[in-house]
Design a binder for this molecule. Structure first.
Ligand code: CUK
Ligand code: CUA
Length: 661
C-alpha cells in the first residue's frame, strides 16, 4: 500500500467521495472537448497523478493509464499472417492509446441480429448496435419504446442481417442513417447515426427473406431489398403445392417514412443487389432460374440471369397504374420475362444471362461497371451500365469476364483502377486491373496482378469507402468464414476471422497485417471516414419532447392513475434516484419513467429491478420508460447497473409492494 492509501484512510468517507467526484469531473471536462488528433490528453492526465483505482469507466483515460503503465503495447513482429501490430515491411495498423481510428467500420452481425462498430485500421471493436435482437447491456428490448419497436417490427426475437448500407447524399455518406436487411424474416431496419440506435424496423409485406439490400445512389431515394425465397404471394395457404406459382419480389422502401412503396415480381429468385451511381439501375444477381425447390433442381442449368431493374421505368409504371395487383397494400409490378412491361424500349426488368449461380453484385466507384462474381464459375462478369440503356440485346452489355480463381464471391475497389475479388474456394484475394479485363478475352487470366492467401474461405471484402464514388484505398478487410487454427481453440463454435490487408493507394503489393476474431457471423461491412459520422455525446431532450416526459428531480413521485395502476417518475444522477423509495400495491401495473439529468458524457445510470425483468440503461439527458406488473408483495432493491461513481453501489431505490389484502 502506498502513501495514497494511508492518506485516504485518514479521511472521512465524505471527503474521499468528494475528492473522487472532483477528479472525475476534471477528467470528464477534459474529454468533453473533441480530442485533437496528435495530442491526446495522455500527458496531462499522467500529470494529474490520478490513481489507477480511480478509473472506473472513462474510456479515454483508461487508454492513458495503459500508456503510463506500459501495458498496452502489442508485441511487434510476427510477420504477415500473424495477429500482430505491424508487418514484415513495417506497415503498422496500431492506433496508440488515447488516439482515435480514422475510419468507422460498420459490420453486419449475421444471425446474432446486431451490428458491430469497429475502428479502422486498429480493428478494435468500439460498440455494438442491437437491431433485431434484444441486448441487456444497452437495455434494448427492455424499455417500452424499444420493445414496441421490436414488437411492431414483427415480434421476432432474432434476425439475420447481412448488408449494412450508409445513407448517401451526392454519392457520398451523409452520416444520417444505416439500413440493414433481415434475411430471416424479410425485414429492413434503420439505425439513426445521431445516437447509433435502431429507430425503425419494417416487416416488409409479401416477402419472406430479404437478402440483398442497397440504398439507391446517389441520394438514397429508396432502400432496395431482394426477396431470396420464392413463395406464393400472398402466402396464405393457397398454391402451396404449386412451385410454378411461387414468386420472388424486389422491394423499394422510403428511407424517411420506412413505408413500402412498390414491389416487382420476377422470374427465378434474387440474391444480392447494388445500384449504379445515377439513380437508374439496380442490378441483382440471381440463382435458381430453374425455379426448383431442391438443390439438384436449382443447379440444373448452366445459365442464370442477372436482373437489371430500371427504377424510373418502374416508378412510371406504378404512377400510371400499370400494375395488376395490390397485395397487403403494396402495388406489385409484373417484371417477369413475359410481362407486357418488358416489351418496348424501356423494359422494367432486363434479364442478362450469366454462368450459373452468380453471387455478388458490386458497382465500381465511377458507376461504369457492375461486377458480378461467378461463385460456381471462376469468373467475374462485368456489365457496362452505360451500354445497358442502349443495346437491344442486354447480353451485349457484358464487356469483360476475367478468370480470377475458384469460388469468386465479392469484389471491392481502391479507386485507382483495381478490383479485388474474394475467392472462397481458393482462400485467396485476387487483385486485378479493371480496364485490362475489358480489353482481354473472356476467360483470360491476364488482368490478374496478384493473389494473396487469406485464412480461410473469404466471403465479403471491403476497401475503405469502396461503395462511394471516391474510395480511399489504403486498407481492405476480408471477412473469412472460417478461422480453423488461427486462434486458441474455444470449443466447436469457432470465431470467423476478419483480416486486415494493406493495399496502399493500390500501387502496392497486398500485405496481410492483422487477424481479428469475430463472433458469428458477419457477412459484410462498410467504412466511412470519421469526419462523415458525428454522433451526439448526450441526448438532446427536444428530440423526444411530447413523446416522453423529462423528469426533473423535483418532479419525482408516485401518481395513482387508476384502481390498479400507478405512474412512478424519478430522476437519476450520481449517485441517487429522485425517489429513495416508493410504494405500490400488489397487482398494480407500474409505469416507471426515469430521466438521467446529468449533462456530461459517459455517465449512464442503470435501473435494475430484481425479480421483475426490468433493466434500463439511461444515458445523459435521456428518458426511458418501462411498464410492468408488481405481482408479488415484498421489498425490492432497485439498483444502478452502470458503474457511475464511487457511490455507485449505494445508488439505490426501494420498491415496496404492499400485499393486496
Ligand atoms: S452474402 Cu454472406 S458472403 Cu449474405 Cu452478401 Cu456473400
Ligand atoms: Cu448510477 Cu451506477
Amino acid at each position: 500500500m502506498g502513501s495514497d492509501a494511508d492518506e485516504s484512510e485518514r479521511r472521512s468517507p465524505g471527503e474521499v467521495v468528494d475528492e473522487y467526484e472532483r477528479r472525475l469531473e476534471s477528467v470528464l471536462a477534459e474529454v468533453d472537448e473533441p480530442v485533437p488528433d496528435d495530442e491526446g490528453p495522455t500527458l496531462e492526465l499522467a500529470g494529474l497523478e490520478i490513481d489507477r483505482r480511480d478509473f472506473m469507466k472513462t474510456g479515454i483515460a483508461a487508454g492513458a493509464m495503459g500508456a503510463v503503465a506500459g501495458c498496452s503495447r502489442f508485441s511487434p513482429g510476427g510477420g504477415s499472417g500473424g495477429q500482430s501490430g505491424s508487418s514484415d515491411s513495417g506497415v503498422d495498423h496500431r492506433v496508440a492509446p488515447g488516439e482515435h481510428d480514422e475510419y468507422y467500420g460498420f459490420w453486419s452481425g449475421g444471425h446474432s441480429g446486431e451490428l458491430r462498430v469497429v475502428g479502422i485500421p486498429s480493428m478494435r471493436e468500439l460498440t455494438r448496435i442491437p437491431v433485431f435482437n434484444t441486448d441487456c447491456a444497452s437495455g434494448y428490448g427492455y424499455d417500452d419504446e424499444t420493445s414496441a419497436l421490436l414488437e411492431e417490427g414483427g415480434g421476432y426475437t432474432w434476425g439475420d442481417n447481412h448488408h449494412p448500407n450508409l445513407s448517401e447524399t451526392d454519392g457520398d455518406y451523409d452520416g444520417e442513417y444505416l439500413f440493414v436487411n433481415d434475411k430471416a424474416n424479410g425485414r429492413i431496419a434503420r439505425v439513426n447515426l445521431k445516437y447509433f440506435e435502431t429507430d425503425a424496423i419494417l416487416d416488409v409485406p409479401n416477402m419472406q427473406a430479404i437478402h440483398g439490400c442497397s440504398v439507391l445512389s446517389p441520394d438514397t431515394k429508396y432502400v432496395l431489398g431482394n426477396g431470396e425465397f420464392r413463395a406464393p404471394v400472398p402466402n396464405d395457404g393457397t398454391a402451396v403445392n404449386d412451385p410454378d406459382a411461387y414468386e420472388s419480389l424486389f422491394v423499394a422502401v422510403d428511407p424517411e417514412t420506412m413505408e413500402t412503396k412498390w414491389q416487382v415480381s420476377v422470374d427465378g429468385n434474387l440474391d444480392i443487389v447494388d445500384t449504379g451511381k445515377e439513380g437508374r439501375w439496380a442490378i441483382a444477381s440471381c440463382y435458381n432460374s430453374e425455379e426448383a425447390t431442391d438443390i439438384q433442381g436449382m443447379t440444373r442449368d448452366d445459365r442464370d440471369y442477372l436482373k437489371a431493374f430500371d427504377i424510373p421505368a418502374i416508378e412510371k409504371a406504378v404512377e400510371n397504374g400499370r400494375y395488376d395487383r395490390t397485395v397487403n397494400g403494396v402495388p406489385i409490378v409484373d417484371g417477369t420475362r413475359s410481362s407486357a412491361l418488358n416489351e418496348g424500349d424501356r423494359p422494367v426488368v432486363q434479364y442478362i444471362p450469366t454462368p450459373k449461380s452468380p453471387h455478388c453484385v458490386e458497382v465500381g466507384p465511377d458507376g461504369k461497371y457492375a461486377f458480378i462474381a461467378g461463385k460456381l464459375s471462376p469468373t467475374v462478369t462485368m456489365l457496362d451500365l452505360e451500354k445497358l440503356g442502349s443495346v437491344s440485346d442486354p447480353a451485349d452489355a457484358v464487356v469483360g469476364r476475367p478468370k480470377v480463381g475458384l469460388g469468386p464471391l465479392h469484389t471491392t475497389f481502391d479507386g485507382n483502377g483495381h478490383a479485388y475479388t474474394s475467392l472462397f474456394i481458393d482462400s485467396q484475394v485476387a487483385k486485378w486491373d479493371i480496364e485490362a479485363a475489358v480489353d482481354a478475352e473472356n476467360g483470360s487470366e491476364d488482368p490478374i496482378i496478384e493473389k494473396l492467401d487469406v485464412h480461410y474461405n473469404p466471403g465479403h471484402i471491403q476497401a475503405l469507402e469502396a461503395m462511394t464514388t471516391d474510395p480511399d484505398g489504403e486498407w481492405l478487410v476480408v471477412l473469412n468464414k472460417l478461422s480453423k487454427d488461427r486462434f486458441l481453440p474455444v470449443g466447436p463454435i469457432m470465431p470467423d476471422n476478419d483480416q486486415l490487408i494493406h493495399i496502399g493507394q493500390g500501387e502496392k503489393e497486398m500485405e496481410l497485417v492483422a487477424d481479428h476474431p469475430a463472433y458469428p457471423e458477419p457477412h459484410d461491412c462498410v467504412f466511412a471516414h470519421r469526419d462523415k459520422i458525428s454522433p451526439k455525446k448526450v441526448y438532446d431532450r427536444t428530440d423526444y419532447e411530447g413523446e416522453k416526459p423529462y423528469v426533473e428531480e423535483k418532479d419525482s413521485g408516485v401518481e395513482r392513475t387508476g384502481e390498479s395502476s400507478v405512474h412512478v417518475k424519478a430522476s437519476t444522477k450520481r449517485s441517487e434516484y429522485g425517489l429513495p423509495e416508493f410504494t405500490v400495491k400488489q397487482g398494480d401495473e407500474v409505469r416507471l419513467t426515469m430521466t438521467n439529468i446529468e449533462g456530461v458524457q459517459d455517465i449512464i445510470h442503470g435501473v435494475a429491478i430484481p425479480e421483475h425483468d426490468v433493466n434500463l440503461a439511461v444515458a445523459p439527458q435521456d428518458t426511458r420508460e418501462v411498464t410492468f406488473t408488481a405481482d408479488d408483495p415484498g421489498v425490492y432493491w432497485i439498483y444502478c447497473t452502470y458503474f457511475c461513481s464511487a457511490l455507485h453501489l449505494e445508488m439505490r431505490s426501494r420498491m415496496i409492494v404492499e400485499p393486496s389484502e
